[in-house]
Ligand binder design. Sequence first.
Ligand code: FNR
Length: 360
Amino acid sequence: MSSEPVNVNDFKELARNALPKIYYDYYAGGAEDEHTLRENIQAFHRITIRPRVLVDVSQIDMSTTILGYPISAPILLAPTSAHKLAIPEGELATARAAAAANTIMILSYSSTCSMEEVASSCNAVRFFQLHISKRRDISALLVQRAERFGYKAIVLTADTPRLGRREADIRNKMIGFPVKNLEGLMSIDVESDQGSKLEAYYNELLDASIRWEDIGWLRSITNLPILIKGILTHEDATKAVEAGVDGIIVSNHGARQLDFAPATVSVLEEVVDAVKGKVAVLLDGGVRRGTDVFKAVALGAQAVLIGRPVLFGLAAKGEGGVRTVLEMLKNELEISMALSGCPCIKDITRSHVRTPYDKL
Ligand code: FNR
């Protein structure tokens, strides 16, 4: 594409051109047949917006709060690994873009910059995403470090007892990248003659035996709020509330784990209804337009997270690319709110959308 990007989807093409195929495929790919990957986007397309007219929309206010932290719009940066595959500055550039947009960055456990480096490079509100690994002492150490370096919440990813089968990585023999947060703490030597070394690496690292009871362990070692990421059913949403978490992220890991898991927006309301307003509910997966943000908020999400759009922005145009991606989504959300008769985020209600499951 020779012209300047005008929407978030344009960045995907730019990133494809900017990156070696092995890295582009790692960012873009999903599990197995990539059914869920397509569905995450298409499920948004099946929801229509029910606009109201003759409302004063001369001022639009997209600001909101997450766990008490004010943000400029309900759009956060999802935790994604290995930003140094996109540009040498990696997560430092992403964090500065988050700060410029006045939103929250969730730093991945598998970051290629350390949590200390990211903390000292920007003043964005940051959360830290955790996997509980077989070495419980190291998981505890990471949580303590996150606290010490000013991360404001722990996001426990619950959908990754082992890595999903990402066939592009297997075909490309994806070799992996240095997980900076583990440097000096843990090194894993993996051999994989066939397929992706990444899969072997994470399967060696991750503790597949963690259970709901282990949320109690996490609670016992930190005072930070805990969000649980990867909830897709009302059963698990109820368990999460009972386990005492402070928030739920409805997520299928960007369709990189279980193929044929449902599209996230199709199960959002099920989770919201189960939670009954007791904790915050956020959503990620397939958010590519301001109207997608609007739809998620209408169905009860406090905010959305974006994953691949950030990586594609970073790969295409560095920190400026991530800033542009965030600005584009915010501009689109602002227009959607104006054209739907919703001057503030709290004005966006369930009656502003129609889903395929609604009665006419
Ligand atoms: C991810 N995701 C992810 N999630 C997580 O909890 N820890 C991680 O380290 C990563 N790493 C990661 C790498 C890449 C390349 C992608 C695409 C995704 C999942 C991520 O947080 C989020 O759930 C999805 O990216 C959201 O879907 P979209 O916005 O990419 O469609």
